[in-house]
Design a protein around this ligand. Structure first.
Ligand code: ATP
Ligand code: MG
Length: 390
């Protein structure tokens, strides 16, 4: 009896001719993630609309990993066994035992399906025989046809059978690498990890870029962002992380430009750096965690002026989200605790007393006219640190 994990992928099924491309991508992403996380003895195969992982590791850890990989709509754990009623009963009993740590379900049923008709018993008979024996082995668990707590699936296939429990909901979306490449601006705040995650879930390959205020402030934010990316990389959500130190240039902006425009100028500088990295990485868009009106730099006027610093398209997946929604998502994807740790943010370096909320492009361009911005970009990128995950 081998352990298995079955991965179901809703949305990919809708993609017509591209279907096989999406399936292959998901298959290779799952393989990469399993390897990256130290799983060794496993094999992967595409079977009728799903991906089958056969392994001899810990089913729960595999399930927890796989459900976070974009493209996985649902996943379930169980066994592949011989094509005999006895083997199906044994596997079904194991599924029952593994239902939940320290607890059996209150009720169950068996739902059999024959994908291969050579087996002499039909699905009704399998339900009765396997269900009956499991019920004898676990008399405390009620048999219930309608909405049982555990539905044990039995699928008869050529030369064997799959027996597995209820599926766990996955993150859904599309496999990373099917949606082009983006550069995501990643701070150690709450919003940008969520925006990066949203794009990766839609299939984008993500190169993260963090701007640090070091050496003017400490480099804590660099460690936090690295930890966020390390975690994301387990599920293939991030490919590379650039850490670019801009404190020195911010100091010059603060010294030479009107105080009210500082934040806008910092942000235009960040966008330009992101664009330059995107060009080098052959990425086609920049992603930010901006949300309309959340802070002074996120008014429509200021976003327009910031946007005008680059030609590339800028995606803002959170533009219409409330802070609470973003926070809930951050908790769900496991970034909230890291994002809540105090780290000096380069945006707050030399914070103006009254930041401009409705910047005009002509004053902003005038303010930065004499700054050697292109030289700064070259210097900052040359000195940047790059971590590669794949
Ligand atoms: P976040 O919670 O993502 O830090 P925020 O609410 O603090 O966002 P801002 O500081 O205005 O808002 O930043 C807006 C967006 O600009 C961020 O979501 C992120 O995409 C990008 N950004 C801000 N600071 C940095 C940084 N230090 N490095 C990289 N990107 C940044
Ligand atoms: Mg921030």
């Amino acid at each position: 009896m081998n352990r298995i994990c079955l991965v179901h992928y809703h949305e990919i099924g809708l993609k017509g001719k591209n279907r096989s491309f999406f399936e292959k991508k998901l298959e290779s992403n799952i393989k990469k993630s399993l390897e990256l996380n130290g799983f060794k003895d496993f094999s992967l195969r595409r079977i009728s609309g799903r991906i089958l992982i056969e392994h001899d590791g810990d089913s729960e850890s595999i399930l927890n990993l796989v459900k976070n990989i974009p493209g996985c709509a649902r996943t379930s754990a169980g066994y592949k066994c011989d094509q005999t009623i006895d083997a199906m009963i044994e596997a079904g009993c194991e599924v029952m035992r593994n239902f939940s740590e320290g607890r059996l379900p209150e009720s169950f049923k068996v739902s059999a399906r024959r994908n291969h008709t050579n087996f002499e018993k039909d699905s009704m008979e399998i339900n009765q025989l396997v269900g009956g024996s499991i019920s004898d082995a676990f008399p405390e668990v009620k048999v219930q046809m309608k909405d049982p707590e555990l539905d044990i699936r039995v699928e008869v296939i050529e030369g064997g059978a799959y027996v597995y429990g209820d599926s766990v909901v996955g993150v859904g979306g599309l496999p990373v690498g099917t949606g082009g490449k983006v550069v995501a601006m990643l701070s150690s705040g709450i919003d940008s990890p969520v925006s990066l995650w949203s794009m990766a879930r839609r299939g984008a390959e993500v190169c993260a870029v963090h701007f640090s205020g070091a050496p003017i402030v400490t480099s804590e934010s660099e460690y936090l962002v690295k930890e966020i990316c390390d975690n994301f990389s387990k599920y293939g959500l991030v490919d590379k992380l650039y850490i670019v130190r801009i404190g020195k240039f911010q100091k010059q902006i603060a010294e030479e430009c009107p105080e009210r425009l500082r934040i806008i100028l910092y942000r235009r500088f960040m966008y330009r750096l992101a664009q330059s990295i995107a060009n080098a990485e052959e990425a086609k868009a920049i992603v930010t965690g901006e949300s309309l009106g959340q802070v002074a730099s996120q008014t429509i006027d200021n976003l327009s002026v910031t946007n005008a610093a680059v030609d590339m398209q800028v995606f803002r997946p959170l533009i219409g989200s409330d802070k609470q929604e973003i926070t809930d998502r951050a908790i769900e994807i496991g970034t909230f605790d890291l994002s809540s740790q105090e780290a000096p943010d380069c945006c707050t370096l030399y914070m103006p007393k009254t930041p401009e909320t409705h910047a005009k492009i002509k004053y902003v361009e005038l303010a930065e006219k004499d700054l050697p911005i292109n030289d700064w970009i070259d210097e900052a990128i040359k000195d940047s640190k790059v971590i590669t995950y794949s």
